[in-house]
Structures are given as C-alpha cells and as structure tokens.
Design a protein around this ligand. Structure first.
Ligand code: NAD
Ligand code: TYD
Length: 357
C-alpha cells in the first residue's frame, strides 16, 4: 500500500514521513516543490530507503498530480504542502492564494478523479487529510472558551484566510461528492527541523549567534504549543479512526505567552550553553513593532480527537523544548545551510523594518 504526502520536505511533513516509514511498511510518495521552506536535508536520514519516493513538483501542476495518483494509487493523501509563515503572508499574499487555495483545489479535484475510479471497498477506505491550523478561527478574548470544532471561522491574516478557504473546499468535496475528507486544525508546532523564521527556532538561532531576540508588541499574545511528534501521531490516528467529513482540533491544552516561551528558551540556554560572566540570554530580548492584525490569543479544546481516536498530547512543553534545543545545538551544519541568501534577505526585510518598540 502507498500513501501520498504533500509538503513532506518541510518541517511537519518531514517529521511525519520519517515517523511513518519507521512504523509502517507502506510506501510513501513525497511530493514537494522545495520552496524556500522545503529542504532535502530534512529527509537525509531516508536516503537509500526504497519505500520513500521523493518527487520534486508543485501541487498546482495538475498533470503531475494526476499521473502520480494514477500510477502510484495511494490509499490516502496527507496534505501538508503550504505557504505557512504569517509575516510573509502579510508582505505578499499571492503565493498563499496560489499554493494554499488553488493548490489544494487542484489536489482535491485530482483526488476525486482518482477516487471515482476505485472499486467500492477502496473508495470507502480512501482518505484525504487536510492539515490545517487553529489560526482559521481568529483571535480569542482573554476569558473566551477555547476553540472547538463548532467555533466559526474568522481568519485575520492572509495566511489564515488562505487556509480557511482551502478548508472550506475540503469540506465541500465531502458535502458534494462524498470524497472522504477530514480536516485537522492544529495549534502552533515546534520541534526539530523547523525553519528558523518561526518563533522558537528563530529565538534559538539568534540566541546562539548572540543576536537580539525580537518579541512582537508586548509579547503577551497567547498560543498553545504542541510538540511536532504529537501532531504527527494525531494525523496517523485520524487516518485510522477519524470520521470522514469531520474536523478535529489538535493542541496540547497548555497556553503560554510569547514572552514565557522566549523566557523558557533563554533559561534553558543559560543552563546548556551559558554566556560568559554574568550575561544572560534574556538580556538579548528586544520588543519590536507588532505584527499587523496580530491575533491575541489561541486556545484549543481537543476533546473530540481524544474521544474519537484515543489521541493524547504526550510531550510536556519542558521536555519538548529541551529536545528541540538539543537538536538545534547538535545540528549546526543544517542550521548554517538553511540560513542562506534567501533567509538573510527575509530577516533583513522583516526585522529591518521593525523599529524597537
Ligand atoms: P513548512 O513551511 O515548514 O513546509 C511546507 C512545505 O510545503 C515545504 O517543504 C514546501 O517546499 C512545500 N510546498 C510549498 N508550496 C508547495 C507547492 N505549491 N507544491 C508542493 N510543495 C509545496 O510548513 P510546516 O510548518 O511543516 O506546515 C505544514 C502544514 O501544517 C501546513 O499546511 C500548515 O498550514 C500546517 N500547520 C502548521 C503548523 C505549524 O505550527 N507549523 C500548525 C498547524 C498547521
Ligand atoms: P510564528 O512562529 O511566526 O507562528 P504563527 O504566527 O503561525 O503563530 O509566531 C508565533 C508567535 O510569536 C506569534 O504570536 C508571533 C510571535 N513572534 C514574535 O514575537 N517574534 C518573532 O520574531 C516571530 C517570528 C514571532
């Protein structure tokens, strides 16, 4: 049997593919266009693994998607491929519409075409899993209950709007055609192989290089952080036990402010890589101009996925952060290689324009 993974050279996708191949004997076809965020080094541990087929290509390329589906005949599609960084979506919306909306629709269309030709028993077991985000729900007030699956979509960033649009198409393919789709809406992930444009790896690489640690606004925005392996486990369980046509929220259930997260990283580095003399990593924190439309609070109620699949978030933030920091400390070559021209251009553009607050 075979699964098709899109975006499997990115952060979550590559963690998912490695875990999947370790636990199953199925083939994985990994379709990724290798955008700035995709990196074959994330898959280096799989070199020589004959059950992993990497295909460089765009999910918007209908002919390619069609030919992969008809020749590899996957029993499921895990759709990770996306443009994922909120700040980039604020700087330029078009790539988000192209990949997240048009790409997802192309994939859905071709998945339906493939599924239409399957025998009934394979049609019943086929799944299209849309890997989405809690950001589609917009922002919570301090005393609101956490997001549930019935919280109305209210995206505030172009990234969130593009994922919301894609999620609606995923739902519509179930509603209209009964293509067995599921959608998971997960909170912020962290862990090994995350591109250092996102808060946790950015803070780690800046701290290790002695650079300032930019905190947007007052740093009191709240997020639910989930260790990436726990997210991958949730997706596997959704394939086995999730109900087609349903959406599932996934999160750790623990909320923290950005300042708490950066502070925890600083204290961890003070222990494992102390600065000379009495210097502390927290001294590097710098409050900078806030992100426009910055959502104040996300919180997730994961009761449904726990009830329907038995999933649990197993990794405490403390343990997950240690594992993450330790991975970045022992993978300096990976880190150097991803901080290339394109990365430096982005950092200069995003942070050069942000005055200290
Ligand atoms: P990422 O940016 O690290 O990786 C995205 C991958 O998709 C890259 O390998 C990139 O090359 C590939 N890609 C981009 N456009 C493509 C296209 N047109 N065709 C083929 N491949 C393409 O992202 P991530 O953090 O691993 O996120 C994966 C998925 O999980 C996304 O759909 C994202 O919305 C969702 N998600 C992420 C988080 C998070 O905290 N990172 C949380 C919830 C949901
Ligand atoms: P990020 O990792 O970009 O993920 P997302 O925007 O998808 O949640 O940001 C996480 C939080 O950290 C978000 O509230 C913005 C904040 N943040 C900073 O304060 N400073 C930074 O340099 C970055 C990249 C993010």
């Amino acid at each position: 049997m075979t699964i098709l993974v899109t975006g499997g050279a990115g952060f979550i996708g590559s963690n998912f593919v490695r875990r999947w191949l370790h636990r199953h004997d199925e083939l994985v076809v990994n379709l990724d266009k290798l955008s700035y965020a995709g990196n074959l080094e994330n898959l280096a541990a799989l070199s020589g693994n004959r059950r992993h087929e990497f295909v460089r290509g765009d999910i918007c390329n209908r002919e390619l998607v069609r030919s992969l589906l008809s020749t590899r005949r996957p029993r499921a599609i895990f759709h990770f491929a996306a443009e994922t960084h909120v700040d980039r979506s604020i700087a330029e919306t078009a790539p988000f519409v192209e990949t997240n909306v048009v790409g997802t629709c192309t994939l859905l269309d071709e998945a339906k075409r493939h599924w239409d030709q399957l025998p009934p028993s394979d049609q019943n077991s086929f799944r299209f899993l849309q890997v989405s985000t809690d950001e589609v729900y917009g922002s919570l007030a301090a005393d609101d209950p956490p997001f549930s699956e019935s919280t109305p979509y209210a995206p505030n960033s172009p990234y969130a709007a593009s994922k919301a649009a894609a999620d609606h198409f995923v739902r519509a393919y179930w509603g209209t055609y009964r293509l067995p789709t599921l959608c998971s809406n997960c909170s912020n992930n962290y862990g090994p192989y995350q591109f250092p444009e996102k808060l946790i790896p950015l803070t780690l690489v800046n701290a290790l290089a002695g650079r300032r640690l930019p905190v947007y606004g007052d740093g009191l925005q709240r997020r639910d952080w989930l260790f990436v392996h726990d997210h991958c486990d949730a997706l596997e369980l959704l394939l086995e036990r999730g109900r087609p046509g349903e959406t599932y929220n996934v999160g750790s259930g623990v909320e923290q402010t950005n300042l708490q997260v950066v502070g925890a990283l600083c204290r961890l580095l003070d222990q494992v890589r102390p600065l000379p003399g009495s210097a502390r990593y927290e001294d590097l924190i710098e409050f900078v101009t806030d992100r426009p439309g910055h959502d104040r609070r996300y919180a997730i109620d994961s009761a449904k996925i726990r009830r329907d699949t038995g999933w649990q978030s197993l990794t405490s933030f403390d343990i997950g952060l240690r594992e993450t920091a330790s991975w970045y400390l022992s993978n300096s070559r990976w880190l150097t290689e991803v901080q290339t021209g394109d990365y430096r251009d982005w950092i200069n553009r995003n942070y050069g324009e942000r005055a200290s607050a």
